[in-house]
Design a protein around this ligand. Structure first.
Ligand code: DQA
Length: 218
C-alpha cells in the first residue's frame, strides 16, 4: 500500500474503530451494571428511569414534564378525603381536596419541585402506590386518614420501600378521640404534621424539600 492510499484509508479505519468501541462499551456497561445505559447517540435526559433522570418522553401526575434532577414528591390521601368540603367542615374546613391540591401545586411550582397528588378509599391501592414510589419519588407525603390508626399494611409498605415519608393530618389528631392518638405509621415516618388544616399539606411540602438537606432517610 502506497503512502497516499494509507492517508486516504486511515480516517475510514479510525471511524470504524470508533463506532465499534462505542457499541462495545454500551454492551459492556449494560452487562456490568444490569441497567440499560444511555444508548450511543442519545443524551442522558432522553432515558426514562430512576429518580434524578427525567422522563422527557413520559408524563406523571399533573402532566408536567420533569426536568433532570427535579425533586418529585408523591402526595397520598386516604379514605373519605374525597369528601372534603362537605365532610364535617367544622373539623376539616370548607376546602375541597381539589382545592388543597391546587394550593400544593401552586407552591410546588414556586419551589420548582414536581408533585403527584392521589386519593383512594382502598387500603390496597394506597399500598400499591407506596410500593411503586421506590425509585420514582424522593419523598412521600401521606394523609392516611382513618388507616393511620388501623393499617399495619400501610406501615409495612412505608417501611419496606424506604422512601422518606411524612405523615400529615388536617385536624389535630391528638386533641380528638383517643383512638386517633395512636398512629401505626408514625414510627416509620420522618415526622408528623397535624392540626394545621390545609396548611399541613404546605408545611409537608416545605419539609419534603428540606429532606435532602437534612439527609434523613428513615
Ligand atoms: C385525618 C384524621 C383522621 O383521624 C381521620 O380518620 C381522617 C382525617 C385528618 O386529616 O385530620 O379521615 O387524617
Amino acid at each position: 500500500m502506497r503512502f497516499q492510499e494509507i492517508q486516504i484509508q486511515f480516517p475510514v479505519i479510525a471511524g470504524n474503530l470508533r463506532s465499534f468501541w462505542v457499541i462495545a462499551s454500551w454492551f459492556l456497561e449494560r452487562s456490568a451494571t444490569g441497567r440499560k445505559p444511555v444508548p450511543p447517540g442519545c443524551k442522558k435526559r432522553d432515558v426514562p428511569g430512576e429518580v434524578g433522570v427525567s422522563k422527557s418522553n413520559r408524563q406523571v401526575g399533573g402532566g408536567k414534564l420533569f426536568s433532570r434532577l427535579q425533586m418529585k414528591i408523591l402526595f397520598l390521601n386516604g379514605p373519605n378525603l374525597n369528601l372534603l368540603g362537605q365532610r364535617e367542615p367544622e373539623i376539616y374546613g370548607h376546602t375541597t381536596l381539589a382545592g388543597i391540591e391546587a394550593k400544593v401545586r401552586e407552591r410546588a411550582a414556586e419551589l420548582k419541585v414536581a408533585v403527584d397528588f392521589r386519593q383512594s378509599n382502598l387500603e390496597g391501592e394506597l399500598v400499591g402506590w407506596i410500593q411503586e414510589a421506590k425509585g420514582k419519588f424522593n419523598v412521600i407525603v401521606i394523609n392516611a386518614a382513618a388507616y393511620t390508626h388501623t393499617s399495619v399494611a400501610l406501615r409495612d409498605a412505608i417501611s419496606a420501600v424506604g422512601v422518606p415519608t411524612i405523615e400529615i393530618h388536617l385536624s389535630n389528631v391528638h386533641a380528638r378521640e383517643e383512638f386517633r392518638h395512636k398512629s401505626l405509621i408514625a414510627p416509620v415516618c420522618l415526622g408528623q404534621i397535624t392540626g394545621f388544616g390545609q396548611n399541613s399539606y404546605i408545611l409537608a411540602l416545605l419539609a419534603s424539600v428540606d429532606v435532602k438537606v437534612v439527609g434523613k432517610t428513615n
